[in-house]
Write a protein that binds this ligand. Sequence first.
Ligand code: URA
Length: 209
Amino acid sequence: MSVHPISHPLVKHKLGLMRAADISTKSFRELACEVAKLLTYEATQNLEMEPATIEGWNGSPIEVEQIKGKKVTIVPILRAGLGMLDGVTDLIPSARISVVGLYRNEETLEPVPYFEKFVSALDERLAIVIDPMLATGGSMVATLDMLKERGCQQIKVIVLVAAPEGIERVEKAYPDIEIYTASIDERLDENGYIVPGLGDAGDKIFGTR
Ligand code: URA
C-alpha cells in the first residue's frame, strides 16, 4: 500500500486543533511542525540499519545499531512546505535540503517550476518531499517528476492532509511512492480547497491571511 494515514492519538489531536477557524498563526505554525515531526517518525520506520562497534562509557566495546549510510534530502515545496521543515530536521538533523517552487499556468492549469535547487547525488539519497496539503496533486507530481528526472530512486511524501483526488493522481503517476499523512479528508471543493481541510495552509503558516 502506498498511502499511510497515521492514526496515532497525538497526530489526530494536534490535527484537530489545526482545523479550528480561530487558530493563531503561532499555534498553527507550531502544530504544523509537531505533526510533521510525528509523521517523520512513522515515515522513517523502515530505514535500513547496520551493526557497529563503538567504545562504551567504561572503555569496553559495545555493539550498537546505526542507520545505514543512506543520505537524506528533504524537499519542501514552496512556500507552505517550509512550515514543516523544522519538524523534519529535528529528527534528521544531518539531512540536506532541496527546494522546489511552482506556479500554476492559468491557461494550461499545469504547475510550472519557477525555482529549483537540488542537492548533489540525488541518486544516492532518500528524498522526503513535504507539503502540508496534497490537494489536486499537480505540484506534488511535478516535484516527483523533477526528482525522478534527476535520478532519485527512493522518495517518500509527507503531507499533513491529503484529498482522495491528490492521492489518486500521485498513485497513478508513481505507484511505488509511499505517502504519509495525518488524514485523508473527504474531497476538494470547487476552488480546490480540501474539505474539511485546514484552509490555506501557506497563509496560516506565514500569517498572510
Ligand atoms: N492548498 C491549501 O493550502 N489548502 C488546501 O485546502 C488546498 C491547497
